[in-house]
Design a protein. Structure first.
Length: 394
């Protein structure tokens, strides 16, 4: 079966959060895709729609089986049905878990730069953000384990919110790193909350490892959030799972998401997830091939047309992390300038913390022709910015 990822979709006037922009603007920021989703998923949702009756929806055994078989088959991680809880999204799950598993004023540790909503989930719940900044060297990131352990050892640190694979840097963490980090959390009695929503978007040649699969001890000290939403472009459907092997932790998490009223699916959430995990693999494999072509296009374009920028080595996601430090250390202003000058809307790295002020994030999950348009706009914006801000180039 073939899928047409070159199709130029039109998302204007669809209440799309991403495409709520001017008519001549091009949004390549928030992490959703400009592709039509898997025909199998559309068919499953159409079947439900054709029933013509909607109402409160329960979670059937088929849902738990679909989640479990996907992780066992694709990621070699056997999951028991009892470990899985439905939630309306990974972000609602994280916020609920922060509230239920920590106390007001506790430190919640993150590795920065990281997905900006982590900070919101911590601060909005009156907890303190504690950051361990990733080491950036030779175009790659790694963990500063000395700093990490010092911050885990703080008695006020009770939870670590982790990103695996890591957004925005596109890092797939290897088993040795996960094991070392997991054992440090156990040593210092810090609970692990791992957001693994990008797990199915590992690039060819790289293998995502579920944090909870590393060892039984780590599994008993971890809560994992997963979803088909990034993989199959189902974010608005609001469907995700929380996986908790430890029964005592699971009881608390379950109580939290039910208290917060984020444990009940909407009418399409179940059908879309089941279809994704049971019928979506061929579409996903084709998607990954297409995304790799887009990634290679970015690498080649930046190297030849914008040599002052650097594309950070990535191993997962469809988000390019671009180092702009050779031209500015204020990418908030740079992004505003590019949008005003060209209409291209990309994410400023500052919101992700750490050394993000040197970076921009560009979403390349779109038809190749749209990506080419975006890259030409990026080139124009950068060149005009440099011309105005570097007199030697005039």
């Amino acid at each position: 079966m073939t899928f047409n990822f070159d199709k130029m979709t039109n998302r204007f006037n669809t209440n799309s959060y991403k495409w709520d922009v001017g008519y001549k603007e091009l949004p390549m920021w928030v992490a959703d895709m400009d592709f039509e989703t898997s025909p199998a998923i559309v068919k499953a949702m159409q079947k439900r729609l054709n029933h013509h009756i909607f109402g409160y929806t329960s979670v059937p055994d088929d849902y738990y089986h679909a989640v479990a078989q996907w992780w066992e088959k694709r990621h070699q991680f056997p999951i028991e049905k009892e470990w899985i809880m439905f939630c309306t999204g990974v972000v609602p799950a994280i916020s609920s878990i922060v509230r239920k598993m920590t106390n007001i004023g506790d430190n919640v540790l993150v590795l920065s730069p990281v997905y900006n909503i982590f900070y919101n989930s911590i601060v909005n719940n009156q907890r303190k953000v504690l950051t361990s900044e990733l080491i950036y060297k030779d175009n790659q990131y790694s963990i500063d384990f000395g700093d990490l352990e010092r911050k885990l050892a703080d008695p006020e640190t009770t939870l670590m919110v982790f990103c695996n694979p890591h957004n925005p840097i596109g890092k797939v963490w290897d088993k040795a790193t996960l094991e070392r980090m997991g054992n440090l959390c156990i040593k210092h009695n810090v609970l692990i909350l791992s957001d693994e929503i990008h797990c199915d978007l590992a690039h060819p040649g790289y293998h995502y490892i579920p944090f909870a699969s590393v060892s039984e001890e780590i599994a008993q000290n971890s809560i994992t959030c997963v979803a088909p939403t990034k993989t199959f472009n189902l974010a608005g459907i609001q469907t995700s799972s929380i996986i908790v092997p430890n029964p005592e932790l699971r009881k608390l998490v379950n109580r939290g998401i039910n208290t917060d009223e984020v444990a009940e699916p909407n009418v399409f959430a179940i059908e879309s997830a089941i279809s994704a995990f049971t019928e979506g693999e061929l579409w996903l494999e084709a998607l990954l091939d297409y995304l790799m072509g887009n990634k290679q296009l970015i690498d080649q374009f930046i190297a030849s047309e914008l040599p002052d920028l650097q594309v950070i080595h990535s191993e997962a996601t469809y988000l390019a992390w671009l180092d702009c430090s050779a031209i500015t250390h204020d990418t908030k202003y740079l992004c505003e300038f590019i949008r005003k000058e060209t209409g291209l809307y990309v994410s400023e790295g500052t919101i992700f913390g750490g050394n993000g002020h040197n970076f921009i994030r560009l979403n390349y999950a779109c038809p190749k022709a749209r990506l080419e348009d975006g890259l030409q706009r990026l080139k124009k914006g950068i060149e005009v910015f440099q011309h105005l801000n570097n007199p030697s180039r005039k």
